[in-house]
Design a protein around this ligand. Structure first.
Ligand code: FAD
Length: 338
């Protein structure tokens, strides 16, 4: 039911496993229900939209009305010889949508297999992995404007996608509820195996003929072996973005730290892996009480059991300060602190 429930525990609804409470909570399953938002007393508390809770660190109880997006449905709305357009409900689980595409031989999202969370949150931070970003396959995003109470649609350009960034994370932050996304997928796949160890994984499996499923399976294997499963250890994936620094600064640092990896973005900007910087500062495997830095992935902060969000947020500050002191590089958080 859409009726808000007071004092609702959010523990099962965030992958960090933070035991906090929402002042009010509702699940929304149909777009029309959103038109009722303003009629409820809880609306005065403000609205916080929740998907799968896999990119959030709750540091305290949430005073807002938490609206969890559970709008489902996958609908083929258009098709030609080369492409298919799918309209997908924002509450669909992202990975199940990827598997649907794999099963139907629709290419474009296979490299994004096994990313936790919902379809509606994917445009939010322009999710990406293994050389692919979701912006490459998004045609448009439909959302409910909380203030005006109307539905709007943005095309790809209006979404202002960037690296882990979009208009929804900036100008429209907290102001809209994404209700569906239209994806333009390829019937004729263009495979991308150049990033990470996808090719290595395919070779190890003896796969010589590429397919959408082979790539998805390879990505699933790699991710399962490398990333901590939130069901076992609370986490929200990469806690920080990979910083983009002036190439001149990178060259100077490279003289001091010859092993420092860097990926040229353009003539003037180089991207540096945040995990490497954090590891160099000695944080990998750090543990204090119930929180720490994952022993195999310096980019992932973890809750071993009963850590509080404020403790993990404070740890992230300490990490940012030490990376700044050693490299004069400012890390930016990818996870939303609430
Ligand atoms: C183990 C692990 C691995 C991960 N790997 C990756 C990765 O490879 N690449 C990557 O990009 N991310 C990765 N992530 C981060 C996360 O999975 C993504 O950011 C995902 O898109 C978050 O989806 P969600 O539904 O859980 O969003 P939530 O965490 O619920 O919300 C995230 C933000 O989006 C807002 N939001 C959510 N849904 C909506 C909506 N319908 N309308 C408006 N606003 C909304 C929320 O208010 C919040 O600000 C990983 C996380 C984990 C735990």
């Amino acid at each position: 039911m859409f009726e808000p429930v007071a004092h609702f525990g959010l523990y099962p609804f965030n992958t960090f496993g933070m035991d906090v409470e929402a002042a009010y909570f509702s699940s929304v399953r149909k777009e029309e229900e959103l038109l009722e938002l303003k009629n409820q007393d809880a609306y005065k508390q403000g609205i916080f939209v929740l998907g799968g809770g896999s990119n959030i660190l709750f540091t305290k109880d949430v005073s807002a009305w938490v609206v969890r997006n559970e709008i489902k449905g996958i609908e083929k709305i258009k098709e030609d010889n080369a492409h298919v357009w799918l309209k997908v409900g924002a509450g669909e689980v992202w990975h199940l949508f990827v598997l649907y595409c794999v099963d139907n031989n629709y290419a474009g999202v296979e490299n994004l297999s096994l990313i936790p969370g919902t379809v509606g949150a994917a445009p939010m931070q322009n999710i990406g992995a293994y050389g692919v970003e979701v912006k490459d396959v998004i045609e448009s995003v439909r959302f409910f404007n909380i203030e005006s109470g109307t539905f709007e649609e943005y095309n790809n350009e209006a979404c202002q996608f960037g690296y882990r960034d979009s208009v929804f994370k900036r100008l429209l932050k907290g102001k809209v509820i994404i209700t569906s996304v239209v994806f333009k997928l390829n019937k004729v796949p263009v495979y991308n195996t150049s990033y990470g160890n996808i090719q290595q994984e395919l070779d190890a499996k003896g796969i010589t003929e590429l397919s959408i499923k082979a790539i998805s399976d390879a990505v699933i294997s790699i991710r399962s072996s490398k990333l901590p499963d939130p069901k076992v250890i609370g986490n929200a994936g990469s806690f920080f973005k990979n910083p983009e620094i002036p190439s001149s600064q990178y060259q100077q640092l490279k003289m001091k730290y010859p092993d420092m990896p860097g990926y040229k973005i353009n003539e003037t900007i180089t991207k540096v892996p945040a995990g490497w910087l954090i590891e160099q500062c000695g944080w990998k495997g750090f543990r204090e009480n119930d929180y720490g830095v994952h022993q195999h992935q310096a980019l992932v902060l973890v809750n071993y059991s009963k850590a509080r969000g404020a403790q993990i947020a404070a740890l992230s500050e300490r990490i940012m300060a030490s990376v700044h002191d050693k490299f004069n590089i400012d890390l930016e958080r990818e996870v939303q602190i609430v």
